[in-house]
Design a protein around this ligand. Structure first.
Ligand SMILES: [Ca+2]
Ligand SMILES: [Ca+2]
Ligand SMILES: [Ca+2]
Length: 380
């Protein structure tokens, strides 16, 4: 009896209590922009609701490397996903991969079917398990290019029930040149249309969303399509986009690329939520609008642990043990602890040396301790 008991205890001690899955495991939101694959990837069926559509999206994205495929439609359409654990930002390494269906054209040196989706990341700073916290974009290769449009806002208008199609007389593949109208906040291209192509005849506006307009915003990167002898070649971006390069030649995403709304680099120890949205607003004749596809994702180091010690040289050091932070400073000073979204949560008077600070009232999440001129981010 005793032997059995000890055996049981020993087994429990060496077994990890919880093994992180490397695959996407959660879908928090899916709001595609209108597009030729919307209501097909995933398929809308009569009676579907937002909840049942999210389940279908999860079946296509979660639990395996590439279980299926969803489309995000035109510019701004998005999905928000996560793993069953935070993704750690391992220094100097790519942290996760997201898979698309891009392929390379045999007859073009560069390009193929790149339909780039931008990636944003977020941390569950308020600890409620929901992606209602600050977002940071992972700045891909086009982020700082001169023709990239930041804070690009687009509104799509649902076609009226009595909408009459306007076929293109010079292109039999275009069933409706003025199918879904959109407007933007950029005066050089204030409005346009998602065209309907004859290969996809279903409604392009998401049928489970009861709204006359859909609005999106984000970073619009330059168009990448080139028409050569009747074929569209969609050029690859260098790095940092979903559905960009063929999956086997894309190294993935590095959390170190995170920037805030002003484009400043943000140091994140880990992330909880990932948002992917279509980053181009491009119509390509008979092949329709450019729309990002997502097929799944993996954490490249699911067993990694968040570093417990964060330092700013020797001048400011934070070490967290459960509900207590040991904050080491060189000189007596005032400091403030902020939440990851910048809300002050605790004011401190620190003495030179090690200070024990109780974090009891603070929910788990990322915090920043700031003195007059130094700042260190830490995880509770
Ligand atoms: Ca990294
Ligand atoms: Ca949250
Ligand atoms: Ca694609």
């Amino acid at each position: 009896m005793k032997k059995l008991l000890f055996g049981t205890i020993f087994t429990m001690a060496i077994m990890p209590a919880f093994a992180a899955s490397p695959y996407l495991s959660r879908v928090y939101d899916y709001c595609p922009a209108p597009g030729q694959f919307i209501n097909e990837l995933p398929e809308y069926e009569a009676g579907d609701t937002r909840a049942s559509i999210l389940e279908k999206v999860a079946e296509n994205l979660c639990g395996d490397e590439r279980p299926g495929m969803i489309s995000l439609g035109g510019f701004g359409g998005y999905v928000i996903v996560g793993f069953d654990h935070p993704v750690v930002n391992v220094s100097g390494e790519y942290d996760f991969k997201l898979f698309g269906n891009a392929f390379a054209a045999e007859s073009a040196a560069r390009g193929g079917s790149c339909e780039p989706g931008a990636v944003m990341v977020s941390v569950d700073s308020n600890g409620n398990g929901l992606p209602d916290d600050e977002w940071w974009e992972l700045a891909g290769s086009e982020y700082a290019k001169p023709d990239t449009k930041h804070n690009y806002q687009i509104t799509y208008y649902k076609p009226d029930d009595d909408h009459v199609a306007d076929p293109d007389p010079s292109n039999s593949a275009i069933a409706d040149r003025k199918y879904v109208r959109w407007t933007t906040n950029y005066s050089d291209e204030p409005e346009g249309y998602i065209q309907k192509v004859t290969f996809h005849t279903q409604p392009y506006f998401p049928l489970w969303i009861d709204a006359a307009e859909l609005q999106f915003s984000g970073t619009r990167i330059p168009n990448n399509a080139e028409l050569i002898s009747g074929t569209y070649f969609l050029e690859f971006m260098d790095y940092g986009y979903v559905d960009n390069r063929p999956n086997n030649s894309d190294p993935g995403f590095n959390i170190d690329w995170a920037v805030d709304a002003e484009g400043n680099t943000v140091a994140l120890s880990h992330i909880d939520f990932i948002k992917v949205y279509t980053a181009v607003n491009q119509q390509c004749g008979w092949i329709g609008e450019t729309s990002t596809e997502l097929c799944g994702g993996i954490d490249l180091h699911p067993e990694a642990a968040v570093e417990a010690v964060k330092t700013h040289g020797d001048a400011l050091r934070v070490k967290v043990h459960g509900d207590v932070a040991e904050i080491t400073v060189e000189h007596d000073c005032e400091a403030v602890i902020y939440s990851a979204s910048g809300v002050p949560v605790q004011t401190l008077s620190l003495n030179a040396g090690v200070n024990s600070v109780a974090l009891t009232k603070m929910p788990s999440g990322v915090y920043i301790v700031k003195t007059s001129h130094l700042a260190v981010k830490f995880l509770k």
